[in-house]
Design a protein around this ligand. Structure first.
Ligand SMILES: [Zn+2]
Length: 253
């Protein structure tokens, strides 16, 4: 489909990049991304992907906006406290870019609905703070052969990786984390606190990696884990090999 004059203006800074250009922008407009969790990480992921002109954004969240969310969840605002996070996020995205179709999944992602939800999308961005949900999303992404760009934050540190466990030489999340740590080992943001801007850094990196995966730009994060230490302002990357014994992806390929 040819661009409208407004789209040529809106995406001018992408169109001028030879690595994106008209073909890349059309690809973004035709892409469907599922974002799991409209929280601290999901907020910048959704805002940047909407601004970039990703054509369809699905949002899975069953929570409502709480005043204590606003310290970091920049897609929500004071007027929307009490509203469902999906609706609050959809209102913000409509203000950012009317080109984007937003699909609300106002439900908890679980083992029963994960594959049906994920199968409707090209790629998944996960920013939940629940190990149980991360395992379910990972397994569904492997089975549906969808790339998964995942981020997580502690109080002052963050992690980011892309999982393509459906490919023989690439790990899935469970290759890296065979089982959830014992309950209470890794406190949630609610229990331990989190520096708000940290979720902005990690969520922005996640949005960028989604765009890279969609456009096959640069070097994928699949098979690597990025670790950010905010207090020392240091990034490092470690290799994550696939586990041939992995319970999720070990038998595939
Ligand atoms: Zn695996």
């Amino acid at each position: 489909m040819p661009f409208t004059d407004a789209q040529i203006d809106r995406y001018a800074r992408h169109l001028i990049l030879k690595e994106i250009g008209g073909a890349g922008q059309q690809k973004l407009l035709a892409t469907r991304v599922l974002v799991v969790g409209a929280g601290g990480l999901g907020a910048p992921v959704l805002l940047y992907l909407a601004a970039a002109g990703v054509g369809t954004l699905g949002i899975v969240d069953f929570d409502t906006v709480d005043l204590s969310n606003l310290q970091r969840q920049i897609i929500h605002d004071t007027d929307n406290v009490g509203l469902s996070k999906t609706e609050s996020a959809a209102k913000a995205l409509a203000r950012v870019n009317p080109d984007v179709k937003v699909v609300l999944h106002n439900e908890k992602l679980d083992a029963g609905n994960a594959r049906a939800l994920i199968s409707q999308y090209d790629i998944v961005a996960d920013g939940t703070d629940s190990f149980a949900t991360r395992f379910i999303v990972n397994e569904a992404c492997v089975l549906e052969k969808k790339p998964l760009v995942s981020a997580a934050v502690g109080q002052f540190d963050g992690q980011l990786a892309t999982w393509r466990g459906f490919e023989k030489d690439k790990p899935c999340y469970q290759c890296f984390m065979p089982e959830a740590p014992p309950p209470g080992m890794v406190p949630t943001c609610e229990q331990a606190g989190v520096l708000g801007a940290l979720t902005g850094v990690m969520g922005s990196l996640q949005a960028l990696e989604v765009i890279k995966e969609v456009l096959y730009l640069g070097e994928t994060m699949a098979g690597r884990l990025l670790i950010y230490d905010a207090l020392s302002t240091a990034f490092r990357t470690v290799r994550v090999p696939p586990d041939p014994e992995c319970a999720v992806c070990g038998r595939m390929g």
